[in-house]
Design a protein around this ligand. Structure first.
Ligand code: FES
Ligand code: FES
Length: 142
């Protein structure tokens, strides 16, 4: 039985061995741990299992379709070199999907503002914005 005071991040990584979601700062400042809970992007390092009980959690592992098909956002990050070391990338991608679903990807400035919680030490920011613009065209929002 999982202690309800464990964070969703630790539950995913340490207990379910879903290590796609990354631990950066572990204190809500970097966005590396971003997942979706009930379709909303959240920082899993700040969310306790107790608060997520009974809710639908989606991680980067769930994003791709079957048969090896990448999600349009994953493909866009590849097409635009939206990463270097890749450590921030799962969080960037989950946040970027959320950004589009929220309707906050209309302009580069919007994308920069609404992705500002996701830090990239490799400074791949221009390519990340370009990737999100591409995915915006190809994603069915809903
Ligand atoms: S690990 Fe959660 S915000 Fe940095
Ligand atoms: S790609 Fe290295 S931290 Fe973002």
């Amino acid at each position: 039985m999982l202690d309800p005071r464990v964070t969703v991040l630790d539950a995913l990584r340490e207990h379910l061995h879903l290590t796609g979601t990354k631990k950066g700062c572990d204190q809500g400042q970097c966005g590396a741990c971003t997942v979706h809970i009930e379709g909303e992007r959240v920082l899993s390092c700040l969310t306790l299992v107790a608060a997520a009980h009974g809710k639908r959690i989606e991680t980067i592992e769930a994003l791709a379709g079957g048969a090896g098909n990448l999600h349009p956002m994953q493909q866009a990050f590849i097409d635009h070199d939206g990463f270097q070391c890749g450590y921030c990338t799962p969080g960037q991608i989950m946040s970027a999907v959320g950004c589009i679903r929220e309707g906050h990807a209309g302009t580069d400035a919007d994308i920069q503002e609404y992705m500002s919680g996701n830090l990239c030490r490799c400074a791949a920011y221009p390519n990340i914005v370009a990737a999100i613009r591409q995915a915006l065209d190809r994603m069915k929002v809903g």
